[in-house]
Design a protein around this ligand. Structure first.
Ligand code: NAD
Length: 381
């Protein structure tokens, strides 16, 4: 099959769905690979690098869409991009079907197959295709780098001839994939790291990474925010009240707060309130990784870096993976080529869109003139 990557049209998007290295792997599956000229430029891959990897570079999006069977993208396709596609073609990208009913309908009407990388089931077998995790891992790491860049002090404690420096105190709220990556990066920079999550089962992971789990104590059992399947649900009012009281106590002591708390299908829970920001020391930094979903901090402005009256920096960027375009493209390119490997079981360049396969079924949101989202639950864990 002919597989090609477009140059991402979304403003400032630095990632690309196929890298020269992943193109080599796609070639070994028997596919022919194409990219639009300049597709990898912002991630540091030149057209020449692609050519050396055996990729055909086409001059523009129209030529690319015209040439390929499978269109690989990072961001969800636009209406115009789907409009240029023809029946029988496949698009593979992040898609967010719950938020993009119009795109689903358009793809269905046009007879296009759409594969949503954000819908890859989070089962063991599919970890190598789990683009949500690979991007969250980068976001968590990058959040720490942004925090360090905005913090006028060391993360690590030092005893120098010029004076003693205490280690920075970092609080990570939400210890999913991004939170754990943020803990890892903060610990490796030498900070003293605290972390909180509504899922008590993550305490062990937090502690194994060298951070301290922030426990809440209750006289009687209350409903936390743990839900089945490893995701969070809204916590009970008692739990939330205790959590906020704990955060109020910690706010004046923390130098860096990295919030990553999300609940599937809902706006981000507000956990770092305006009075907590007011209680923080001048020069402290908040990085709100939940900004795209409304933010965990009351004062976050999506896509902005603001400084409050008391001198606290609040970063609400929503493009952390793109800020590490080379790394993100490499990992996303791998996620895509692993998915295409499952679609090409004979390694003969022939795609078998096997809707009996849990992973392929789960990620396919439009197929054969049908909207196939939401999928049935996976059969195996
Ligand atoms: P996510 O991005 O949905 O949420 C981030 C974190 O915020 C979660 O840990 C969640 O518990 C936490 N949270 C929600 N409300 C909170 C609150 N009020 N206070 C504090 N924390 C709050 O999570 P994710 O990173 O996508 O991970 C979700 C789950 O999926 C985890 O259990 C993870 O281990 C699992 N997972 C499994 C696989 C796999 O098996 N292939 C891959 C990736 C993730």
């Amino acid at each position: 099959m002919k597989i090609g990557a477009l140059k991402e049209g979304f403003e400032n998007e630095a990632r690309v769905a196929v890298t020269p290295a992943s193109a080599g792997h796609l070639g070994k599956l028997g596919h022919e690979v194409f990219v639009e000229s300049g597709a990898g430029a912002r991630a540091g891959f030149r057209d020449e690098d692609y050519r050396q990897a055996g990729v055909t570079v086409l001059p523009d999006a129209a030529a690319l869409i015209g040439a390929v069977d499978v269109l690989a993208k990072v961001r969800q396709p636009t209406e115009a991009e789907i409009g240029q596609m023809r029946a029988g073609q496949t698009v593979i990208s992040f898609f967010y079907p719950a938020q993009n009913a119009d795109l689903l309908a358009q793809a269905k009407d046009q007879g296009i197959t759409a594969i949503a990388m954000d819908m890859v089931p989070r089962i063991s077998r599919a970890q190598k295709m789990d683009a949500l995790s690979s991007m969250a891992n980068i976001a968590g790491y990058r959040a720490v780098i942004e925090a360090a860049n905005n913090f006028g002090r060391f993360f690590t404690g030092q005893v120098t001839a010029a004076g003693k420096v205490p280690p920075a105190k970092v609080l990570v709220v939400g210890a999913g994939v991004a939170g754990l990556a943020a803990i890892g990066a903060s610990v490796s920079l030498g900070a003293q790291v605290y972390a909180f999550d509504v899922r008590p089962e993550v305490a062990e992971q937090i502690e194994s990474m060298g951070a301290e789990f922030v426990f809440l104590e209750f006289d009687e059992p209350v409903q936390d925010g743990a839900a089945t399947g490893g995701y969070a649900a809204p916590s009970s009012p008692e739990f939330r009240e205790k959590q906020l009281a704990k955060f109020r106590e910690l706010a004046p002591q923390m130098d860096i707060v990295i919030t990553t708390a999300l609940i599937p299908g809902r706006d981000a829970p507000k956990l770092w309130t305006a009075d907590m920001v007011a209680a923080m020391r001048q020069g402290s930094v908040i990085v709100d990784l939940a900004a795209e979903k409304g933010g965990n901090c009351d004062l976050t402005v999506p896509d902005e870096r603001i400084v409050t009256e008391n001198g606290v920096v609040i970063i609400g960027y929503t493009d952390f993976p793109s800020r590490m375009g080379a790394q993100a493209s490499e990992l996303y390119g791998n996620n895509i080529r692993h998915f295409l490997a499952d679609l090409t079981p004979g390694k003969d360049g022939v795609i078998h869109h096997n809707m009996e396969d849990d992973v392929i079924r789960g990620a396919t949101v439009v197929h054969d003139h049908d909207v196939t989202w939401p999928p049935p639950p996976p059969k195996v864990a």
